[in-house]
Design a protein around this ligand. Structure first.
Ligand SMILES: O=C(O)CCC(=O)C(=O)O
Ligand SMILES: [Fe+2]
Length: 224
């Protein structure tokens, strides 16, 4: 397993995951987190899922205009369990538990499929949570995304861009600088702290029928 800090200039992390801290390094990329066999199993589960297209999901469509027509499906329970068991990492727990006065912890993960023309415009993952039962939406603390397609070429686009907000917003728009450009390499796991501006670059025509298959979601906390 290669552990990368995910900088544009890729640097191997000098330390192992045991001493990794999201407080010090808010973006983590682990290449080859999933084996080819595991990826194939996830893809089989994705084939059995009930997919919804972006243009048929009115709530999500409002949040993500001009983002093509990617599809989303609920993650199946065995795959959710497998994902969670692999995410039992001290660095995740330590980060989540560092927030004071937590009343409950939540998780939410879904399958996504991006084809040619699909993208996700710049967002920071804070606005899309919906209130549940009159209570405010849980706060998204740590974003997780992992890629399950068989292959992905640079020319196909679909990179995950991560930004830092520099200076004051102009005309309500944040002033952003790219900190990470992450290729959706098969089997990679990406995690970053929220809020953090990011976007998924549009999948290029050159991808043909290839789909950018991912699981994405969040570790969340609820507060009184
Ligand atoms: O697919 C990705 O690389 C990121 C997805 C994302 O940002 C999201 O679903 O909020
Ligand atoms: Fe996001």
């Amino acid at each position: 397993m290669n552990i990368k800090s995910g900088q544009v200039r890729e640097a191997l992390l000098p330390v192992g995951l045991e001493s990794f801290s999201f407080h010090q390094t808010p973006v983590l990329v682990i290449e080859n987190f999933w084996s080819a066999e595991e990826r194939a199993q996830f893809r089989q589960a994705m084939n059995r899922a009930n997919w919804n297209q972006l243009q048929d999901m009115s709530y999500v469509r409002q949040d993500f205009p001009n983002s093509g027509n990617w599809a989303k499906a609920e993650i199946a329970q065995p795959q959710g369990q497998l994902l969670l068991s692999r995410l039992e990492m001290p660095c995740i727990q330590q980060y989540i538990e560092s927030f004071p006065n937590i009343t409950r912890r939540h998780l939410g993960f879904s399958y996504y499929s991006y084809g040619v023309g699909d993208c996700l415009l710049t967002h920071d993952d804070t606005d899309q949570g919906r209130p549940v039962g009159g209570k405010p939406a849980p706060r998204r603390r740590l974003a997780v995304v992992s890629y399950f397609h068989e292959e992905w070429e640079c020319d196909w686009g679909g990179e995950l861009m991560i930004y830092s907000a520099t200076g004051e917003p102009t005309n309500g728009k944040p002033d952003l600088a790219i900190t990470h450009c992450i290729a959706p390499n098969p089997g990679s796991l990406v995690m970053f702290t929220v809020p953090r501006f990011h976007r998924v670059c549009r999948v290029d025509q050159t991808a043909g029928d290839h789909k950018r298959l991912s699981i994405a979601g969040w570790f969340m906390t609820e507060h009184a």
